[in-house]
Every structure is written in C-alpha cells, then in structure tokens.
Write a protein that binds this ligand. Structure first.
Ligand SMILES: Cc1cc2nc3c(=O)[nH]c(=O)nc-3n(C[C@H](O)[C@H](O)[C@H](O)COP(=O)(O)OP(=O)(O)OC[C@H]3O[C@@H](n4cnc5c(N)ncnc54)[C@H](O)[C@@H]3O)c2cc1C
Length: 447
C-alpha cells in the first residue's frame, strides 16, 4: 500500500494538485475547511471557487504567457483549465467562465474521483510526517498562518502584498534614464549600477503629483483592512500626506548624477530596481499603489524614460498570505526545513487563478512521483510553468519578493531575435514554440 498524499485547501491549486496526483494512482485526502470555516471572500463550500473576477485572462497561446500556461495545463490533462473550457462564456480572446457551474463541476469531478477523499476540516499545524501539500491560498486561516510563521520565522510570511509595478527592461528609454546606485554604492560595477534612474524637473514632478492625486483608486474588498504599514504606504497616500513627501521618500534625487545632462540637478528621481536574475524585469521602487490599472498606466507613462514602457505587472495592495518562497522552498516546492511539506498556489507567491492552478499541477505531480518512487525530471525553465517555478524558488530577489504573474519577462531570452516592440510578435511566437516543445518532452518523459 503506497503512502497517502494530504492536500490542504480545495481552491484552484489544491483541486488541481489532487487531480494530478490521483490520476497518477496516488490516494489523496483533500482537506478543505469550507463551509465549516469561512473566509471573507468565498461564498460557497464548493471547490475551485473563483472569489472575484470570472476570467482566466488571455487564451492566446502564441502571443500571451497566460495563454501559454493554459495550453501547457491542457496538454497535462489539467482539471481547472479543461473545466473552464467546458463552462466558457463569450469574452473575445479571454477565457471567461460561468463561475458557479464551473465550481460545481470541479466539486463533482473531484468528489467522484475514486482516488480522492474529501475531508471538510481546518488544518492548523504543519505535520512532521506523511506527504503534505499546503495550498491554502491568499486567505490561509489564521491558526495555520501562525503555524507557518512559527516554522518559517515572522519575516518570511506576509499577510498583505505591496506590489510595485514591474516594467520590461527593454522598454525603458535609456537615452533619458541611466544606471546608477545612490552614491555609487557597492563593491562591483554591477552593484554600483544596480538601479535605473528616471529624472524629473520641478514641472514634471508637480504634474505627476497632480495626476496621482486625481487618479481613480480601487477600494479594499469587504473584510480586507487597510492596514498600511509605514514601510509600504501606497504612493498616492504618500502624496496626499504632502506634495513634497515623495521627493523626500522614494523619489529623492540625492546621490545621483544624470550622465545625459550632468550639469542639471534632477528635482526628483524615480528609481527602478532589478527584479529577476535575468535582468529582464525592473520594479519601480516604493511605488506600491491602489490606483486602478488604467490610471497606473497613464500616470506611470508620464515619468521621463517610461513613456513607452510595457508593464509585466501593475501595482496593488491586497490581503494576501504568502511565504518567501525563494528562501523557503526547494525547486520541488518542498519546505527546506521540513521536506515532507510542500506549498502550492498563491501562498507560494504566484498571483492569479491560472498561476495558482499551474503551481498546484506541478506540486501534485511532484508529490505523487515522490510517493511512487518515480523519477521526475526538472521542469524545463523555458516553459511557462518552468519560468514561474524557477522565479519563485530561485530567480526572484528574495529580499523584495512579492507575488508574480506569469509573463514573458520571466523567460530566458532567445538569441538572434529582434528586441523592442517591433520584434515582439516574432519573439513571443518563438518563446511559445520553444515552451510547447519543451513541455511536451517533459510530459513524455513522465510516461
Ligand atoms: C478578495 C480577493 C480577490 C481576488 N480576485 C482575483 C481575481 O479577480 N482574479 C484572479 O486571478 N485572482 C484573484 N484573487 C487571487 C485568487 O484568490 C487566487 O489567484 C486563487 O484563488 C488562488 O488559488 P489557491 O488555490 O492558491 O487559493 P484559493 O483558491 O483561495 O484556495 C485555498 C483554499 O484553502 C482553504 N483553506 C485555507 N486555510 C485552510 C486551512 N487551514 N485548512 C483547510 N483549508 C484551508 C480555503 O477555504 C480555500 O478553499 C483574489 C484574491 C482575493 C483574496
């Protein structure tokens, strides 16, 4: 008799993990606390409940990284993605679903699976033995959050995200911006040039503050508390506190010299910091925000050097429980300090229904392979799944780790392809072709 796999949380990640492991022949116990214990966002006791939007975003598997993730999940027999397609609603190129029939169908399929047993209970500890996957999501129960914190240390588990926008490096105008760390700090040239700086004149700064104050903002969801910590105030809240606050905070112009115009002292400077080891993504330092997405794009494109910027991810602040995966997890999603415990889904620091389900797919397969004593080849980095898992378990900067959507900035660049906007279509097609081929090889290697 093989060992059982315990999965905690029957959301996007947990349901997918259970499905994948059960299809490999492993006996699964899926522990879901709803409906006995509720969260502020879920409404039902169904598995796979979508708590907010009903969209799985773009379904374009040639030009969009989320669409590619859909494709890979379909190729791997994904429960979430195939059920989403069964309940698809018209939404142009996006995959929107009829949410209640979708969740009812996930619940019915998982319940009917001969290898899965559902146990409605809250799990409040990290067990010392057995094989476990924790997929408890952004609203992980309080008691379990405390247990995770006791294991990982208080600074490795966050209860809110504070997401600053992330820009594709190649879309920053380096004829305006320049590379320099404040006061050229650092031992190596790389460290001395760790930031991209965008200068502002007084007029540009004043217009920027006006735009920030006027921009549309999103409200916190019911049940979320607007607990702003001084370290992560939204920029618009900083601007409300005083027009000069940002200039003395994240936009202070000190310790920097603009090589394009060394005589002219910038009135304010927006800094961007490298966000991944590949150097393809930069986050705007200190620019976490509750501005609506449309407003963010408009306001941030007024920053000199970012007029043509493309954003891999826009900013936000949400109630979101997530661990510092780059320091805590190995490349098989196991807790380094307790390898019988895996994490999956949004709690690992990915963001969104699709990304969470994808991490569930990987965790389910990895745990099942381990239980069955099967070899599982490493997930190829050039796939959408591989790019994401590689980012959260190693590629991301651990110190500033914040949840991440899948995007092409996480992919290793391909040699010999044209950069910039002009080459984008060919580049994305080449990335998705490469990914599909690697993903098929990886699936085939598992038999
Ligand atoms: C208010 C809000 C709005 C959101 N809006 C969107 C959106 O529009 N689009 C989007 O893509 N993403 C959105 N998200 C993020 C979304 O929740 C995740 O992307 C996705 O649901 C994560 O999947 P998951 O499986 O990791 O977590 P979930 O789907 O949340 O599943 C986790 C499950 O674990 C259960 N659980 C928690 N603790 C325990 C415990 N101790 N014992 C047993 N069970 C437990 C929960 O009841 C839940 O069923 C939103 C999140 C929140 C909080």
């Amino acid at each position: 008799m093989t060992q059982e796999l315990h999965i905690v949380g029957g959301g996007m990640a947990g349901s997918e993990a259970a499905w994948q492991a059960a299809n490999m022949g492993v006996q699964v116990v899926l522990h879901e606390m709803r409906p006995q214990v509720e969260t502020f966002a879920h409404r039902t006791g169904n598995l796979g409940e979508m708590v907010c939007s009903n969209s799985f975003r773009s379904d374009d598997d040639e030009q969009n990284a989320v669409g590619l993730l859909h494709w890979e999940m379909r190729a791997a027999g994904g429960l979430i993605i195939s059920t989403a397609h069964e309940h698809r609603l018209p939404a142009g190129g996006a995959l929107a679903v009829d949410r209640d029939p979708f969740a009812e169908s996930i619940t019915a399929k998982v319940t009917a699976h001969p290898n899965i047993r559902i146990s409605h209970e809250e799990i409040t500890t990290l067990p010392g033995d057995g094989q476990w996957i924790f997929a408890t999501g952004p609203l992980t129960s309080e008691a379990l959050g405390a247990a995770i914190q006791a294991e990982t240390g208080a600074d490795r588990l966050a209860f809110f995200d504070a997401i600053a926008p992330i820009v594709y490096a190649e879309t920053i105008d380096m004829d305006v911006a320049w590379l320099q760390s404040r006061y050229d700090k650092g031992e190596t040239e790389e460290e001395q040039k760790a930031y991209i700086n965008c200068p502002m004149t007084k007029d540009q700064y004043e217009s920027f503050i006006d735009a920030l104050l006027a921009a549309d903002k999103t409200e916190f969801h019911e049940g979320e508390t607007a607990k702003y910590f001084d370290g992560c105030l939204p920029i618009e809240v900083m601007a409300e506190r005083g027009r000069e606050t940002l200039r003395h905070g994240p936009m202070k112009p000190v310790g920097l010299t603009n090589p394009h115009s060394p005589e002219q002292k910038a009135y304010a400077v927006v800094q961007l910091r490298r966000d991944n080891a590949l150097g393809t993504l930069y986050n705007i330092v200190g620019f976490q925000t509750k501005m609506k997405y449309g407003a963010q794009t408009t306001v941030f494109k007024t920053i000199p050097g970012l007029e043509n910027a493309s954003f891999a991810r826009l900013g936000g602040i949400h109630r979101n429980t997530f661990i510092n995966s780059p320091t805590l997890l190995d490349d098989r999603m196991r807790l380094r300090s307790r390898p019988n415990v895996r994490f999956a889904g949004q709690v690992t620091g990915v963001e969104g229904y699709v990304e969470s389900a994808a991490m569930g797919l990987l965790a389910g397969r990895m745990a099942a392979a381990e239980i069955l004593g099967k070899d599982m080849p490493t997930v190829p980095q050039d796939t959408a799944h591989g790019a994401l898992i590689h980012h959260i378990t190693g590629g991301a900067e651990a110190k500033t780790f914040q949840p991440m959507n899948v995007n092409f900035g996480l992919f290793r660049p391909l040699e010999g392809l044209k950069g910039g906007r002009r080459g984008r279509k060919d580049r994305y097609k080449a990335y998705t072709d490469r990914a599909k081929s690697c993903w098929q090889d990886w699936l085939a290697a598992q038999g």
